[in-house]
Design a protein around this ligand. Structure first.
Ligand SMILES: C[S@@+](CC[C@H](N)C(=O)[O-])C[C@H]1O[C@@H](n2cnc3c(N)ncnc32)[C@H](O)[C@@H]1O
Length: 250
């Protein structure tokens, strides 16, 4: 059997009791390390609390060579751990379909997700979000502007946009860098960049940072340690405005 278990948002204690019990009762535990990260902990602390050794997997291991996971799930019970909820803004539905096709039973144990945490932290209504997008670090000869177009389309439709920020093995994109890159995209496309942003850092921790304002204010704000995420809001409802004024310095 293959269990997809969500780890929640910040440290080793964000997992559900169901998820923890599943780990303790299973034979092999894999930790996917590239779609999100628990920045409030480390592998040693996780292994200590969970009572199991973790096998760390990169994108290549999961997307191109998933045989190791599937074999473990054929022989016994395997757990596949993911930051946040295992099926939100990941490509893991692909692995679940593959398991199903190979006759492996699967189940999902959900956990808190950044997708819903941003609503509580920013006060933006969950039903007012449009399509989300991800901003990658530009590389030589590769500077996609699709994220900007997603944001502008949502603004046209008066919807909010969640902007996921890139995670690399050795660095995490900051809110400041994300806005800088979005402005460069706008320059390249000769379009007007968004006027208002909300930056959030360390959702799920005891001290998350939540700051709303224009690009200049947010580019010079200190959001502190990762992970960071950005929201471009549509026109604010009265209650959303009041919430941001109360909790995010708007
Ligand atoms: C691709 S999404 C994966 C979402 C995850 N499966 C979930 O349900 O939370 C990962 C991105 O969300 C943002 N993120 C995830 N957890 C976060 C946290 N605790 N605080 C701030 N941003 C976070 C970061 O921008 C990160 O690059």
């Amino acid at each position: 059997m293959l269990y997809f278990v969500g780890l929640g948002l910040f440290d080793e204690k964000d997992i559900s009791i169901k998820g923890l019990e599943r780990i303790r009762d299973s034979d092999e535990i894999f930790l996917e390390s590239y779609t999100s990260r628990l920045t409030g902990t480390n592998i040693q602390k996780m292994e200590l609390l969970y009572g199991k050794k973790l096998t760390i997997l990169g994108r290549q291991d999961v997307e191109n060579e998933p045989e190791k996971i599937l074999e473990a799930a054929k022989k016994g019970d395997a757990v596949f751990l993911t930051g946040g909820d295992p099926m939100v803004s990941t490509t893991h539905s692909d692995l679940r379909i593959r398991a199903m096709r190979e006759g492996i039973e699967t189940a999902i144990i959900h956990a808190s997700s950044i997708q819903s945490a941003v609503c509580g932290l920013s006060g933006l209504q969950n039903y007012r979000f449009g399509k989300s997008c991800s901003v990658p670090y530009p590389e030589k000869g590769w500077f996609p502007t699709t994220p900007l177009n997603t944001i502008l389309k949502n603004l046209d439709d008066n919807l909010h946009t969640i902007v996921f920020l890139d995670i690399k093995p050795d660095r995490f994109m900051t809110v400041n860098e994300g806005i800088e890159i979005i402005e460069q995209m706008a320059g390249m496309e000769n379009k007007t960049p968004p006027k208002l942003y909300i930056g959030i850092a360390r959702a799920g921790s005891d001290a998350p940072a939540v700051i709303a304002g224009d690009a200049e204010k947010l580019k010079s704000a200190d959001f502190g340690d990762p992970l960071h995420i950005l929201i471009v809001p549509g026109e604010l409802h009265m209650m959303e405005q009041e919430y941001l004024e109360t909790f995010a310095g708007l």
